[in-house]
Ligand binder design. Structure first.
Ligand code: AHR
Length: 491
């Protein structure tokens, strides 16, 4: 029998809603043909796909990062503002494409407003410079009478966009990046960019591009950034992508440990450096690109790509999405932002074709966590059946729990990583009792390889039921290969 013990008084941190962020890049069909598709019958008068907007609203993303990604390291933002027919098309080096610039800053902010989400802009720290970066902040947020502010007004935006989150570059630690930077170079660039951007608008929050290449220079990069720009940086960004590389379910399910190892190590590093450098406010962690991405990588190696990064997800990928949120909740004290990469068509939960769309398997755990997660993380204990793969022997269950603001609504999230067996589990409250109805939401499908397709859209989805309970413990049987949330009042 598996066991989970929850003590509502053992809280482990405030959960920032920004862990439910998204990311949209000028890449393949994410923007053009995804978010923005003026030729589609489903487009609104701004050219935005209404079916995409409706689905994204269900995810309740508090912020969306834009415009890249690798794309931003060669992007000139001025190309993407002003009358659309006067914008210059440019060859795009990161993804070897042609950028029409029909969609740019103002269109992105308009898209965010329709979703009730905050825009988060990453600036070009590849082949760009700090003047362009500060100008972009001024164009968006300025209120005075400068030429850039007047230009924005002339473009139809009298009020400032008030963009709060600004990232300095993207994956500058990777040799694949236009304008790769050594740790020393980035620390210098980041300091100067952050300085002039915050001089332009002191209210903005700065996200430094920290680690995406996990095999080299993690400590040195972080140390130099914090030494030089520690008091200017609000977030340090981490990126990762995972996948079932060897088509081995058990091995894939140990990915929870990769997240644990990276988050624990990195939060320790930031805390140690912040202590040493006596930073007034240690930067938070922003995992501002994360997802499953591997199948389309192998397809691409053969030659030119047609459908760029159009990953089709299955149930096991949905379990891994849920494990990401469990990890972010367990590390709520330091992880204050996370952005699934990406949101439409390109490694994304929402997938379109000309006149139709499908919600991929990974859509459902995102929706479930985003719509039910409380504000406080709990330090929950669990144990029971285990599975082994490589160096790991882990419980089949992967767990997190949250409380709402009142401390009266508990949500328990459980991923059962057993491929064949359900997991009978005794759940105990250390203090108080379960009172009233328990709402149960379960994400599952016929088997771990099940996908949602245009022909069969609902193979993997969320089902709900409820039952009455009054007592300090309960026993629940978690279905094989499933994600379950138990939402209940406690008294
Ligand atoms: O999201 C796809 C790409 O993955 C991004 O452009 C880049 O930042 C990362 O390597």
């Amino acid at each position: 029998m598996n066991r989970i013990k929850i003590d509502p008084e053992r809280t482990s941190g405030h959960i920032d809603r920004n862990i439910f962020g998204g990311f949209a890049e000028h890449l393949g069909r994410c923007i053009y043909g995804g978010i923005y598709d003026p030729g589609s019958l489903l487009a609104d008068k701004e050219g935005l796909r209404t079916d995409v907007l409706t689905s994204l609203r269900r995810l309740q993303m508090p912020l969306i990062r834009y415009p890249g990604g690798n794309f931003v390291s060669g992007y000139r933002w001025m190309d993407g503002v002003g009358p659309v027919n006067e914008r210059p098309p440019r060859s795009e080096l990161a993804w070897k494409d042609m950028e029409t610039n029909h969609f740019g800053t103002n269109e992105f902010v308009g898209f965010c407003r329709k979703l009730n989400t905050e825009p988060y802009i990453a600036v070009n720290c590849g082949d760009g410079n700090m003047r362009e970066a500060a100008d972009w902040v001024e164009y968006c947020n300025g209120t005075g009478e400068s030429a850039l502010v007047k230009l924005r007004r002339q473009h139809g935006f009298a009020e400032p966009h008030r963009v709060k989150y600004w990232g300095i570059g993207n994956e500058v630690d990777g040799h694949w990046q236009i304008g790769y930077k050594t740790p020393q170079e980035y620390a210098r660039f980041c300091t100067e960019y952050a300085k002039v951007m915050k001089w332009t608008d002191p209210n903005i929050k700065i996200v430094a591009s920290a680690i995406s290449h996990w095999e080299a220079g993690i400590v040195e990069r972080t140390q130099l950034m914090l030494e030089q720009a520690g008091n200017l940086i609000d977030y340090l960004s981490l990126h990762w992508y995972v996948g079932n590389w060897n088509n081995d379910f058990a091995e894939y399910m140990t990915v929870s440990e990769l997240m644990e190892e990276r988050l624990s190590a990195y939060e320790g590093l930031v805390r140690a450096m912040s202590l040493e450098k006596q930073l007034t406010k240690p930067p938070a962690i922003a995992v501002d690109e994360w997802n499953v991405w591997y199948k389309t990588r192998t397809k691409e190696s053969g030659g030119p790509t047609v459908n760029k990064l159009e990953e089709i997800y299955n149930l096991e990928d949905a379990l891994v999405t849920a494990m990401h949120f469990n990890a972010f909740i367990r590390h709520a004290r330091s992880v204050k932002m996370a952005n699934i990469a990406q949101i439409v068509n390109v490694i994304a939960p929402v997938f379109t074709k000309k006149d139709d769309m499908v919600l991929q398997t990974i859509f459902y755990p995102f929706e479930l966590y985003s719509s039910t997660c409380g504000q406080t993380a709990l330090n929950v204990w669990w144990d029971g059946d285990s599975f082994s793969s490589g160096k790991y022997s882990l419980p089949v269950l992967d767990v997190s729990a949250t409380l709402d603001k009142t401390g009266k609504q508990l949500v328990l999230y459980v991923v059962n990583r057993n491929q064949d067996k359900s997991a009978e589990t005794k759940i105990d409250l250390a203090v108080g009792r379960f009172a009233g109805k328990i709402r149960v939401c379960t994400i599952n499908g016929p088997d771990t390889k099940a996908e949602n397709t245009f022909e069969n859209k609902d193979r993997v989805k969320t089902r709900e039921h409820s039952f009455d309970i009054d007592g300090q413990s309960l026993t629940y049987e978690f279905e094989p290969h499933s994600v379950t949330s138990l939402i209940c009042a406690i008294a």
